[in-house]
Design a protein around this ligand. Structure first.
Ligand SMILES: Cc1cc2nc3c(=O)[nH]c(=O)nc-3n(C[C@H](O)[C@H](O)[C@H](O)COP(=O)(O)OP(=O)(O)OC[C@H]3O[C@@H](n4cnc5c(N)ncnc54)[C@H](O)[C@@H]3O)c2cc1C
Length: 590
């Protein structure tokens, strides 16, 4: 079975050498010194390695089962969920007034990475609860916050998000679930939702469903949508659990991966619900949950790839096949280990350089969110711009890398017993949910590039330029800054092409949206590698006791710049070919 070791040293390097959290001036970061974050991460690593990793294959094998109207989670999930809840792991960044530990979102993100790498399906129960917590915190009344948040913070109650219906996923304007106002201020919710993650299970006393529905008077399309809190069990005025609400599980879906997470059809048959946020402004409220969820999914992309990579690297060092073309490395043995072969190295370097770059991007994104939480508008704008990039790029690449890790195992990677297939199957969903990746690209090109007159994307380009320039005096950094400048220039050229051609024919921009998202992903990772290389050189210059670690960072970054950033030229070529090659065939010809 696959193993997992939380990369605490890499996490610490990012927090302290690259992001320099202690000196960042971000409120709440002053206490995050090396000793404190190290202690938290060592404990999180134990939970991930000793509790969650062993349950990953169990969850995959057993899946979730609907028995007499109740969903049963795999063996061991319930006890592990209780252990994590009691250990306070669900509430790291929740507000202390609701029982949380009040740490920055960044710390939640870093810890979350270890838990997702260890067991993505399990961690989703907590992840969705965190999303529900954030939505109620941002949009709930004081009474709603008091009623729902403390139990969500401890995960005694868990949360879900209910958008998708059989006939609508991307196009939520089509949704049919209805909300009828009642004399007591509540609503009766009627409709069917499908594919609801963690929709039901046996690990929490109650489940707080956040449900999008249409209330009378809201008009057509997404404008008429409101968001409702619909609990599985009604809650009495004294806080105790009351009778069962009219919400039930129709079915638990059989699916490709994340078997340990219950994906449910949910039937709302006149269930009692309460409006969350403003009437007919449900999309806005749901976006609080979805933006956070998208960053969580972006993290899933590289976190699963990290676990897959670790195993591929171990296997490549053990499996004996063929000889090193430059001379035997294991002359006493029947063959050399796989790792001597350049193509295996290429694959491992692709995986490693992606994972480490994406980790840096995700943590930096978390610092922007923490800044935005404290009213930093520029950071907020940057998060809005980068969210589709993180979600789309990191999950596309995360899946590719999980497949590459599987490939290192040859035929053994295809056999379930080895566990490598689970990584590929689990990683696949991240490209689909929280807005399929095609729609992320659409969001980036159609909305985010031009948001606020293009202010945020201009600020992004300026930041890349300034950071590259800051290393001009150090010739060692040219291997990073030169490719970064070239890739950023190509990205700007693609943006200009959209502006010029998109006015004449919107398809010209949309046909290139996927390529643009990937180009921007590469530029972001190029920027991250530039930052990491700068920090690694600084550590070497200062006489670090761990030269091998910092030299490996630089070598891995050089690989990314030399072997991955050139993809930007290909993406630019595709973009500048416009819509014609894509749209040449009539729909009837397919
Ligand atoms: C395992 C699993 C868990 C899920 N969990 C949840 C959950 O907890 N809550 C929830 O509400 N939903 C959940 N979903 C639903 C998921 O978010 C949707 O499946 C997803 O948003 C896509 O919607 P759809 O399946 O209806 O596809 P469609 O909307 O039919 O889209 C099909 C394809 O067309 C593309 N497309 C659509 N419109 C456009 C366009 N205008 N331009 C270009 N391309 C377009 C999409 O990118 C996609 O590739 C889950 C799904 C799965 C499989």
């Amino acid at each position: 079975m696959p193993s997992y070791t939380a990369p605490v040293k890499d996490m610490q390097f990012l927090l302290h050498d690259v992001l320099q959290v202690g000196a960042s001036g971000i409120p709440g970061y002053g206490d995050l010194d090396r000793a404190f974050t190290g202690a938290v991460l060592e404990e999180a690593a134990k939970v991930a390695e000793e509790i969650l990793t062993p349950l990953n294959a169990v969850g995959d094998r057993e899946g979730c089962k609907l028995e007499n109207g109740v969903v049963r989670t795999p063996t061991g999930f319930k006890a592990a969920f209780r252990t994590l809840s009691e250990g306070g792991w669900m509430a790291l960044d929740a507000a202390p007034e609701y029982g949380g530990q009040g740490l920055p979102y960044l710390m939640h993100t870093v810890v979350n990475e270890a838990f997702v790498s260890a067991n993505m399906a399990f961690n989703m129960y907590q992840g969705l609860t965190h999303g529900a917590y954030s939505a109620i915190l941002a949009h709930g009344t004081e009474e709603q916050k008091r009623q729902w948040l403390p139990k969500l913070v401890t995960c005694e109650w868990t949360g879900t998000m209910n958008l998708t219906e059989p006939h609508c996923g991307t196009d939520l304007g089509l949704l049919r679930t209805r909300a009828e106002p009642q004399a007591d201020g509540s609503y009766r919710i009627t409709g069917q939702k499908i594919f609801i993650s963690a929709g039901d299970h046996d690990m929490a006393e109650n489940i707080v469903h956040l449900v999008l529905a249409k209330a009378p008077g809201g008009g057509e399309g997404t404008k008429g949508i409101s968001l409702f809190i619909v609990p599985k069990l009604l809650v009495n005025p004294d806080g105790s659990l009351g009778e069962r609400n009219a919400v039930s599980v129709g079915k638990v879906e059989e699916k490709m991966g994340i078997h340990g997470n219950a994906t449910c059809v949910m039937n709302y048959d006149g269930a009692t619900g309460w409006l969350l946020g403003d009437l007919h402004k449900g999309m806005k409220a749901m976006f609080t949950m979805m933006n956070e969820a998208r960053l969580g999914v972006a993290l899933q992309g590289y976190a699963v790839a990290e676990a897959a990579y670790q195993n591929a690297a171990l296997y490549a060092k053990e499996r004996l096949q063929g000889r090193d073309v430059t001379g035997a490395k294991n002359p006493e043995g029947p063959a050399d280990p796989l790792i001597v072969h350049p193509d295996i190295r290429r694959s491992l370097m692709e995986q490693r350089s992606f994972v480490e770059g994406a980790r840096a991007l995700t943590y930096w994104g978390a610092t922007l969110i923490d800044r935005a939480h404290h009213g930093d508008e520029a950071a907020d704008g940057l998060v809005g711009l980068l969210t589709p990039v993180l979600k789309g790029f990191q999950t596309d690449k995360g899946f590719d890398m999980a497949v590459q890790a599987q490939q290192v195992y040859g035929g053994h990677g295809y056999i379930e017993e080895q566990g490598m297939s689970q990584f590929a199957r689990d990683a696949r969903i991240a490209m689909i949910y929280e807005g399929a990746n095609g729609v992320q690209a659409l969001d980036l090109v159609g909305r985010k590039l031009t948001a606020d007159g293009g202010r945020h994307v201009m600020a992004f380009f300026e930041m890349v330029k300034t950071e590259a320039k800051a290393h001009d005096a150090d010739p060692r950094m040219a291997a990073f800054t030169e490719p970064l400048k070239a890739a950023s220039k190509a990205l700007q050229q693609a943006g200009m092409f959209f502006m010029a051609e998109g006015m004449k024919n919107p398809n010209a921009a949309l046909a290139g949206s996927h390529d643009f998202l990937h180009m921007m992903g590469h530029v972001c990772l190029g920027l991250m590698w530039t930052r990491m290389a700068g920090a690694a050189y600084a550590a070497l210059d200062a006489g670090t006791s761990d030269r091998a670690f910092h030299e490996a960072k630089i070598a891995t970054g050089r690989f990314y710049m030399a072997r991955q950033l050139p993809a930007c030229a290909m993406h630019l070529g595709r973009i500048e070919s416009g819509a014609d090659p894509v749209m040449a065939l009539a729909a009837e010809a397919f």
